[in-house]
Design a protein around this ligand. Structure first.
Ligand SMILES: O=P(O)(O)OC[C@@H](O)[C@@H](O)c1c[nH]c2ccccc12
Length: 262
């Protein structure tokens, strides 16, 4: 299932994960959950009229290399929050995206908006870790998970009171996400096996997702015109990284993509 770049990324993710697990056990993480504020629910914002933005803290990517110098993710997150972001995504994968759980904690301390831990989630340990660091959502990628793992991780997020953004990039994955009952389905226009963006992906896959689910358009969105296009195709939410981290005024950039209607 995971071939090419995706397989390589996940191999690295597993190595880093085992290193962390050697320091903090799953039982330690579960115990730590008692001291964490309850999860914040992004769904009301996502379901309200007009587009909602998940604004991403993203330092680099395998396809583009370094995107932006982000000396303090808290500063960027505050700008996103002032701009009206419905949620903030923090990429925590270290090797290819330059992120960390420290970034997630820094953002959690700075803003009240719901937070997505954006990583290649393959083990329950990562979901517990996300919640312990104050995340409210996790990303579950169909391309990285078989049906049993997908279901087990989805159920764990619900058990913890979190939401899962279930990511798809083709028809088969879309059917799997829908069959799972995913309420938040992200269509990633970037194929993580080849790293290329296909702007027609959302329009192609969205009709396969029932309208009672919240449809999220991910990747390759650079401005209000792109948002208007995916909103017309059924998106309620857009997930934007590169365009926001590169913008000198991220607050206005988020605002310009928020509340866009057909
Ligand atoms: O920087 P962009 O093109 O706006 O994309 C953001 C987001 O969609 C992208 O970071 C992403 C979507 N799914 C992922 C899975 C893993 C890592 C990264 C991603």
């Amino acid at each position: 299932m995971s071939e090419g770049v995706l397989g390589e990324i996940i191999a690295g993710v597993r190595i880093d994960l085992e290193e962390r697990r050697a320091g903090v056990s799953e039982a330690d993480l579960r115990a730590a959950l008692a001291d964490v504020d309850p999860p914040r629910d992004p769904m009301p914002h996502f379901r309200a009229a007009g587009s909602s933005v998940i604004a991403e803290v993203k330092r680099r990517s395998p396809s583009k290399g370094a995107l932006a110098d982000i000396p303090d993710p808290a500063v960027l997150a505050r700008a996103y929050a002032r701009g009206g972001a419905g949620a903030i995504s923090v990429l925590t994968e270290q090797r290819r995206f330059g992120g960390s759980l420290a970034d997630l904690r820094a953002v959690r301390a700075a803003v009240d908006v719901p937070l997505l831990r954006k990583d290649f989630t393959v083990e329950p340990y990562q979901v517990l870790e996300a919640r312990a660091a104050g995340a409210d959502l996790v990303l579950l990628m169909c391309s990285a998970l078989d049906d049993d793992s997908l279901r087990a991780l989805y159920e764990l997020t619900r058990e913890l009171g979190m939401r899962a953004l279930v990511e798809v990039h083709d028809e088969t994955e879309t059917e799997r996400a829908v069959a799972l009952g995913a309420e938040l389905v992200g269509v990633n226009a970037r194929n993580l096996k080849t790293l290329t963006v296909d702007g027609d992906t959302f329009a192609r896959l969205a009709p396969g997702i029932p309208d009672d689910r919240v449809k999220v358009a991910e990747s390759g969105i650079f401005g209000a015109a792109d948002v208007a296009r995916v909103v017309a195709e059924g998106a309620r939410v857009v997930l934007v990284g590169e365009a926001l981290v590169k913008d000198g005024d991220p607050e206005s950039a988020v605002r310009s993509m928020t509340g866009v209607t057909q």
